[in-house]
Design a protein around this ligand. Structure first.
Ligand code: FMN
Length: 219
């Protein structure tokens, strides 16, 4: 399958982003928004439950059979954002041969977490995650639930042992968030950090040392 993006900006990469039915769909929305703003290509799919949460939490109602999510991200260059129906198991993220840099499941419901941990691949989101694992590409899951049962914890441990990055939607407060957006950006920034994508969403922690020659962007 040919790359639908006619011009790939230098440094731009393609990511599979899967929204599932955990609370916090805003994390998924913001993550896609930031990837696009940074010039990357996004293959987006959303489970039926994710679209129900989108309607409930964001007041955005879409046709769940063929969700028109592309129009939700403003003016995006052609080919930069590809929205796939959740049953489109023939879509690019379903293939190990696709040139995808990583798969990110954000937010990740406990149901999807369980199915990915056990290789169910019953829809495009689960298949994209399964492909990332088998290809040894980064898989980031952003689970959202509280409290967590032993089963939830076991499934997270299973995924972590398989090489997935388990990055719970647990914003910190040491950056002194002043808004919900700041809390969301904390989690989105953590995802970007794990993918090695540079960003300035959140001020980085450092002990004050006016004499230090180190740039705060340095590790
Ligand atoms: C408003 C709303 C919030 C929900 N929040 C969560 C949640 O935080 N975590 C979770 O695991 N499930 C949550 N659920 C339930 C899941 O959406 C449900 O288990 C669904 O079957 C998951 O399907 P999926 O994994 O295919 O997306 C929520 C559902 C709704 C409608």
């Amino acid at each position: 399958m040919s790359d639908p993006s006619p011009i790939r900006p230098a440094g731009a990469r393609s990511y599979a982003v899967c929204w599932t039915g955990g609370s916090g769909i805003v994390y998924g929305q913001r993550f896609v928004e930031v990837l696009l703003a940074l010039g990357h290509q996004v293959h987006l799919c959303a489970t039926d439950a994710a679209l129900r949460v989108l309607a409930h939490e964001a007041g955005i109602a879409v046709d769940r059979a063929r969700p028109d999510l592309a129009g939700r991200f403003g003016q995006v260059p052609p080919g930069r954002l590809l929205v796939h129906p959740i049953d489109a198991v023939e879509a690019t993220p379903a293939s190990g041969s696709a040139r995808l840099a990583a798969t990110i499941v954000v937010p990740c419901s406990m149901g999807t977490l369980a199915r990915v941990a056990h290789g169910f691949s019953s829809n495009l989101a689960e298949r994209a995650a399964d492909v990332a694992l088998k290809e040894g590409r980064p898989l980031v899951v952003v689970p959202r639930e509280t409290p967590l049962s032993a089963l939830h914890l076991e499934n997270m441990l299973t995924l972590a042992r398989l090489g997935a990055i388990v990055l719970p939607a647990m914003p910190g407060f040491y950056h002194r968030p002043g808004s919900v957006g700041d809390l969301v950006d904390f989690v989105v920034g953590k995802i970007l950090d794990r993918l090695g994508i540079d960003h300035a969403l959140v001020a980085r922690w450092r002990t004050p040392d006016p004499a230090s020659p180190w740039d705060e962007g340095e590790a």
